[in-house]
Structures are given as structure tokens and as C-alpha cells.
Design a protein around this ligand. Structure first.
Ligand SMILES: Nc1ccn([C@@H]2O[C@H](COP(=O)(O)OP(=O)(O)OP(=O)(O)O)[C@@H](O)[C@H]2O)c(=O)n1
Ligand SMILES: [Ca+2]
Length: 513
């Protein structure tokens, strides 16, 4: 067979090949253009950050929180986060009842901190709220005019700051419980309803929220969504519609059952049996001593019922370090005898059957964390917790004090009482058992935000929790760009493949490959 003659002239391109080449070129151009448009045109707008400030004026101290969130995602769940917390020096604002004009100025240092954290051009539009809790509730019961003066003083200071003042008020115990519940469920993403969760909700009304347990200095709150809603104690229920779902939430706040007031009430009771003004106290370490002014102890609505004329003005306390005895004396604070409902916690207060997981924060966390009992990986069983508290209480003060030099003596000396009180409140008061104890998660923060009522309060007042689920694009920006890139690559590959098949370059021709 004759070899084909190789000539010097190039073979002419057929018209089909020319069209394919042009098509291939145009498709590649189109793909590049598509990607470029997807990336630039559909890019989210430059982040516009908004800020909000909430002051938590608690009974023992005030904290200032700064939150931020992307303006364009205001109504999405889980976008608001804590960017700063500033602890106000000194006592809580209710501690200024004798010098009410000093309550406001005590907040100055933390307001300056907020001015540094928030860009100056945002100051005028940044809302600032102050909510006062049980300390101020007690002060207003004890001396309404002093409480009003304290609030006027803090209002004056907050108005003088460059932010948008939105109010300073005493919040109710129910609000405190409800906003704590909203905060933790917002941060845990429990309100999100997409995909499987939404499907599950249509099948069965599952409670996927977590309950909230808050222990302060003067009050404590329990809030959760029970399994069944019996028609009892209507004042214990709150109804919310959040992100398109209805929630029937049980909440109760026990005034005078915060850890400081509980200790005062216990001492006021024990004092009744003291004949000479001295007291052997099982809830303090052996070797620990404390002297208390009796008039201070009774100058408070939590203890005033126990008030009686005593021949001494001071109470001298000596620690005994006996957990079992301490537990028994604390148990007296919970009256379990009468219950006008199907079930009660204590003092005749309605409590539906406990349900689901609970987030326990503030002093629940401080105390359990100090005792090393907050591990999330291997939750500590109830009997182990009790024996840990028991052994801590049994340690003499001379050993405890030097072992924890960095901890304030006021806190340290009371961890034995507080640990025992927490066990009593949860086990005797709310009747947590060995089983559901494991569902209590002692936590301080969720992500970067502290667990507490302040975030829920701000979300509510700024209308950032919509009743209905906000309309969302089906795809996020990232997934949209990804899909565009993928489609374009497929398009280019198809055109390339077609060109190869029709054109058959020399390397693919039989005999050469
Ligand atoms: N590291 C810490 C910090 C605080 N506390 C104690 O924990 C209690 C509760 O603190 P907190 O939750 O801040 O209470 P408040 O918000 O001040 O009180 P309330 O909510 O009742 O108004 C206080 O007795 C405080 O002394 C503690 O034992 N250890
Ligand atoms: Ca508090």
C-alpha cells in the first residue's frame, strides 16, 4: 500500500469543525462570565454590624453586656452574639439604698468600656436597656421610695451616655425566667425548624427546647416546656409563637430562694434557737468564724417574718462542716406539706412533671464549677455530686483557705452551703431524681454568649424574634456559587467532549495512540 503523500500545505478545516470550535470558544466564555457574575453580583453586601447593650442589675452585682449582629440577618435565629461583658465594681444597685445618688455613677466605668467596643458612629443608634432583678424587687417591697430613687439615678447616668436609652426598670420573676429560657434556646438553635426537625414536628409534637434553671443571689427561676399541659395554675404559663411554632412554657420564680437570701433565711431560723447569740453552723467549714449584724439580717422582706426581739445585736457563727446536718437544716426552707395542685415543687407552688434537658446557669454553674462537677463529657451522677459536696464541707477552713487563695473569701466560705443548697433545691424542691439529674447541664456560656436572661430580653425588645419563620432563599450564597461553578464545568466538559468526538485529533487516530 502506498504511503499517503505528505505535502507542505495545511489541510483545510471543514465547516462543521469551524462551527464546533466557535461553539466551544463561546461556551467557555459563557461559563467564565457565569462564574464571574455569580461571584460578584450575588456576593452578600458588605457586613453592616448593629449593636445593643443590656445591663443586668442583679442583687449581688451588675453586668453590662454588649451584643452584635449583622443588620441584614436581624431576624434569623442564632445571629446575635455577645462581644463584651463588663462587671461593674461594687455591690448591686439595690445595695445603694442608703446613698441612692451613687447607684448611677457606679455604672460609668462599664459604659466607657462599651463606648470603646462600639464604633463611635454607631453610638446614637445603639439601644441600651437596664433590667433589675430580685435585689431591686426586694428593695421596692422594703422601701419603695429608695428603689425609685435608685432607678432614677441609673436612668440619669444611662441618659448621659452617648447611646440610645430605652429604659431602666425592674423586671418580673416571670420575665426573668422566660427570657433566660429564650436565651438558651436561641443560642442552642432550638427554634430553628428546617428539614428533619420540621418533618418531625408534623409527625409528633416533640419538645425540642431545653429548660432553664437560673440561681441568683436573691431569687431562682425554673422554666421549661412540659410534655402535657394540664389546665392548672394559669398564672404559671406563658404562650409564645416563635419562628412559626407555638410554645406553652411553664415558669416560676422563687423570690428569697437565691443563694444569698436562702442563707440569710436559714440563719434567721437557726437564730431562733440560739440563747446567747452564738451558733454552731454545719454549712460552714470547721474553724471558720463569722459575725453578723442581727439588724442587717432581719432588715429584709425574706427574713422579716422570723424577726423577734433578741437580747444581743450580733450573731457569732462557728463552722461545723457537717454536710448531712447542713442538708437537714436547709430542707426546712422547702415546705412540702400542702399542694393544692396535681403536683408541686414546694410552698404549694404548682410544678408540672419535669421534662427534657435543662441548662443550669449563674450560681448553679459558679458553685458546681468550683466543685469540679460540671463535666459535659461525663456528667457526674447525683450520688457522686453529693459525696463531693460532703467531702468539701468536711475539709477544715485552715486547709481550704490557703488552697484557694485566688478566690474571694465571701464566695469560698459559702461553697459548702451553696453546694448543699443546690442539691436540696433540685432534689427536694423540684424533685430531680438520679435519672433526670443527668439531663441537667451546668453551663456558663453557649458559644461566646453567657447564659442568662439579658440576651432574650434584648431580642424581645428589639423585635428580633419573629412570630413566623422569615422567608429564606433556598440556597446560601456559597451553595449557589458552588452550583454555578459545577454547572459551568459540566457545560465546558460536554462541549470539549463533543469537539473531541467530532474532530478526532491526530493523537486519537487509530495507529498513533
Ligand atoms: N464566682 C462566683 C460568682 C458569684 N457567686 C455567687 O453567686 C450568687 C449569684 O450570683 P448571680 O447569678 O450573679 O446573682 P445576681 O444576678 O446578682 O442575683 P439575682 O439574679 O437574684 O438578682 C451570688 O451570691 C454570688 O455571690 C459565686 O458564688 N461564685
Ligand atoms: Ca441574676
Amino acid at each position: 500500500m502506498d504511503e499517503p503523500k505528505v505535502t507542505g500545505t495545511k489541510p483545510k478545516m471543514s465547516w462543521t469543525r469551524k462551527i464546533l470550535l466557535i461553539l466551544g470558544f463561546l461556551s467557555t466564555l459563557a461559563a467564565i462570565a457565569l462564574i464571574a457574575v455569580a461571584v460578584t453580583q450575588n456576593k452578600p453586601l458588605r457586613k453592616n454590624i448593629k449593636y445593643g447593650i443590656v445591663l443586668d442589675a442583679g442583687s449581688s452585682h451588675t453586668n453590662l453586656y454588649v451584643y452584635d449582629w449583622p443588620a441584614e440577618k436581624e431576624n434569623n435565629t442564632g445571629v446575635v452574639q455577645q462581644v463584651e461583658v463588663c462587671k461593674v465594681e461594687g455591690s448591686g444597685i439595690s445595695g445603694y439604698s442608703q446613698a441612692t445618688e451613687k447607684a448611677g455613677p457606679s455604672l460609668m466605668q462599664c459604659l466607657r468600656r462599651a463606648e470603646e467596643v462600639i464604633p463611635p458612629n454607631q453610638h446614637p443608634e445603639t439601644p441600651v436597656y437596664l433590667g433589675a432583678t430580685a435585689g431591686m424587687r426586694l428593695l421596692s417591697l422594703e422601701d419603695k421610695s429608695a428603689a425609685d430613687k435608685v432607678l432614677s439615678s441609673v436612668e440619669k447616668t444611662l441618659r448621659s451616655a452617648p447611646f440610645n436609652f430605652q429604659g431602666a426598670r425592674i423586671i418580673s420573676g416571670q420575665e426573668e425566667g422566660a427570657y433566660g429560657w429564650i436565651t438558651i434556646n436561641y443560642l442552642l438553635g432550638s427554634f430553628k425548624q428546617s428539614g428533619w426537625t420540621k418533618f418531625l414536628h408534623t409527625l409528633k409534637s416533640v419538645s425540642e427546647t431545653s429548660g432553664a434553671l437560673d440561681l441568683g443571689g436573691a431569687s431562682t427561676q425554673i422554666t421549661f416546656v412540659p410534655d402535657e399541659i394540664p389546665y392548672e395554675s394559669p398564672e404559671s404559663w406563658l404562650h409564645f409563637r416563635l419562628y412559626g411554632k407555638d410554645y406553652k412554657v411553664y415558669t416560676h420564680s422563687f423570690l428569697c430562694y437565691g443563694k444569698d437570701q436562702a442563707l440569710k433565711r436559714k440563719l434567721a431560723r437557726d437564730l431562733q434557737t440560739s440563747e446567747n447569740g452564738s451558733l454552731l453552723d454545719p454549712c460552714f467549714h470547721r474553724g471558720y468564724q463569722r459575725t453578723i449584724n442581727i439588724s442587717d439580717l432581719f432588715r429584709n422582706p425574706c427574713t422579716s417574718a422570723e424577726k423577734k426581739q433578741l437580747p444581743f445585736s450580733q450573731l457569732y457563727i462557728q463552722g461545723e462542716g457537717d454536710y448531712q446536718k447542713c442538708r437537714r437544716s436547709i430542707q426546712n426552707l422547702f415546705n412540702k406539706t400542702d399542694c393544692p395542685y396535681s403536683s408541686c415543687s414546694f410552698n404549694g407552688i404548682y410544678l408540672p412533671p419535669l421534662q427534657g434537658d435543662f441548662g443550669a446557669f449563674s450560681a448553679f454553674y459558679f458553685v458546681m464549677n468550683f466543685l469540679n462537677l460540671t463535666s459535659e463529657k461525663s456528667p457526674v451522677a447525683l450520688d457522686k455530686v453529693a459525696s463531693a459536696v460532703q467531702s468539701f464541707c468536711a475539709r477544715p477552713w485552715q486547709e481550704v483557705k490557703p488552697a484557694y487563695r485566688q478566690i474571694k473569701e465571701k464566695y469560698l466560705s459559702e461553697y459548702c452551703f451553696s453546694g448543699t443548697y443546690i442539691l436540696s433545691l433540685l432534689q427536694n424542691g423540684y424533685e430531680f431524681t438520679e435519672e433526670n439529674w443527668q439531663r441537667i447541664h451546668f453551663l456558663e456560656k453557649i458559644g461566646s454568649s453567657d447564659a442568662g436572661w439579658t440576651l432574650g430580653y434584648m431580642l424581645n425588645l428589639t423585635n428580633m424574634i419573629p412570630a413566623e419563620e422569615p422567608a429564606m432563599p433556598p440556597l446560601s450564597h456559597g451553595s449557589y456559587v458552588g452550583l454555578m461553578v459545577l454547572c459551568s464545568l459540566v457545560l465546558v466538559s460536554v462541549v470539549l467532549l463533543a469537539w473531541l468526538l467530532f474532530h478526532k485529533p491526530k493523537c486519537l487516530q487509530k495507529g498513533i495512540v
